[in-house]
Design a protein around this ligand. Structure first.
Ligand SMILES: [Zn+2]
Length: 126
């Protein structure tokens, strides 16, 4: 283990792994820039509304509004939900897994339902 792999925790001063995202002594998280921690309001609501995961958030609203009989909204929710899940997989701190899944499930279900009904309408409506 070289000294390059270690650094002192900025909060408690204990030696921790340089790549560590959390201090194992005091529990301080390092995965966000220091200035982001100056916004307690953002942290307080970050778990409920994934502001940092825009695809998941928009996908969620598309999923909710996909009950409107227009398949474009549902399919947009499905695609955005998948993009949101990919974003969470790469950056877990952005959150939004639940929102993304609602977009995928609700958007996918209603999107395909309305798409199917639209096709049926085109085929049999003549
Ligand atoms: Zn510490």
């Amino acid at each position: 283990m070289s000294s390059l792999d270690r650094r002192p925790c900025p909060v408690c001063g204990e030696q921790i792994a340089a790549a560590a995202r959390k201090c194992r002594f005091c529990g301080e998280l390092f995965d966000e820039p220091a200035d982001a921690r100056d916004e307690p309001a953002g942290d307080g609501t970050g778990g409920l509304i994934p502001y940092k995961n825009v695809p998941a958030l928009i996908g969620y609203y598309c999923g909710v509004f996909s009950i409107i009989p227009c398949f474009c909204i549902g399919l947009a929710g499905l695609v955005l939900g998948i993009l949101g899940l990919r974003k969470v997989a790469r950056h877990p701190e952005v959150k939004g897994t639940v929102h993304a899944w609602i977009g995928i499930l609700a958007g996918g279900f209603f999107g395909l339902l309305w798409l199917g009904l639209t096709i049926l309408g085109v085929v049999f409506g003549r």
